[in-house]
Design a protein around this ligand. Sequence first.
Ligand SMILES: Cc1cc2nc3c(=O)[nH]c(=O)nc-3n(C[C@H](O)[C@H](O)[C@H](O)COP(=O)(O)OP(=O)(O)OC[C@H]3O[C@@H](n4cnc5c(N)ncnc54)[C@H](O)[C@@H]3O)c2cc1C
Length: 387
Amino acid sequence: MNFPPNRTSALARLEAFVPLAAKYAAHRNFDLGAGKHNGVSRLSPYIRTRLITEEEATRAVLAKHNSRAAEKFLQEIAWRTYWKGWLEMRPEAWSHYLATLAEQEKPAGYAKAIAGETGIECFDHWVHELLGTGYLHNHARMWFASIWIFTLKLPWQLGADFFLCHLLDGDPAANTLSWRWVAGLHTPGKHYLARAENIEKFTLGRFDPAGQLDEKAHPIPLDQTFTRQPLHLPSNPKPKGRTGHLMFPEDLAPPPEDLGEIHATAAYLPAAHQASSLVVEFLEGAISSTLAERDGTLFGEPFHSSLNDWIRAEKLDAIVISRPTVGFTKDFLTDQKLPPITHTFIRTWDHLLWPHATAGFFKLKAALPKIHASIAPNRVDDLFPDF
Ligand SMILES: Cc1cc2nc3c(=O)[nH]c(=O)nc-3n(C[C@H](O)[C@H](O)[C@H](O)COP(=O)(O)OP(=O)(O)OC[C@H]3O[C@@H](n4cnc5c(N)ncnc54)[C@H](O)[C@@H]3O)c2cc1C
């Protein structure tokens, strides 16, 4: 398995990557093929489940490099949080995606595209790589989405759905908004056009789709704008009495220490939206390895009776859950009505970064040096040489 679903493997991958973080900017654009993605970290399935957190990865890099040397990598980690914060403030972008996805007819060309039979060699290769491994390099994702939208003329929502079903790191915010960005819907009028020359260069000649791509297509016309809603970031609760930590697959990290003692741990995996068997296997493995470490309970179906049984068996006075972010788990929980003893907590990382995701990434990028200084004060000299 390319991504063994446990924290030990996640930490090993982080440790192996940290020395390379300073070379990331030079190497990150090259897609050398499955098994050779060594210029990037391949941490995304672990970060998506928070088998390791964004803060942990950032701290590990800052422990070895000054923030300038590893700037590009640190910024990419923040991109994920940017997309999540942006969507927290515009949840309609998610519901609009789901609604327009449900309306899509499967056009001619769709079946061949998802079978990797378009005749565009690089695209067909990436389809098979995705189906076989659950992972694609970032540059391949950009080229893939661009070819899907502008050369194959397929609806972006169907492509985003295909990714979400098959990516081990599939994330409603990063995925939906990246597809919108490629289409020219995130920054209106600015789209990403895959060029044969660029693919040839950054695959070191493995592919050369010269003459096969539409390199002159226009952006997709803007479908809807989304009003920004205020971001509520209350302080974390102080639960009293016996407290249980209930986890969902997007956040398997232990709760912050300021919540106090945790007496019991449990997890539930909501039926994922047509997730591939690789994705389900990864998520089930991530949950069971985490529960094994913390002597926790895996909920069966139905959710509500498992929850009530757990509360009774563990004699719980309070339950804490990591704030569900906009996406499938939040949709699931909105329908579930959790008991009133449930408290939601927000991780410091999200508290620090989300408020800067009001507009473009630039605002968050500008805030990063101070944020990094606050979590890794030993690096303050590198960040503010005049201190
Ligand atoms: C069309 C499209 C769809 C995408 N869908 C997803 C998705 O569902 N889930 C997802 O996590 N990322 C998504 N990305 C972003 C990016 O491609 C992946 O995060 C990255 O390729 C993961 O590989 P890595 O861990 O080796 O990344 P590295 O380059 O090593 O980066 C380290 C970490 O930073 C984060 N990161 C890096 N680049 C980005 C980015 N552009 N946007 C957001 N976070 C980033 C990831 O958590 C990643 O693990 C998508 C990008 C595109 C263009």
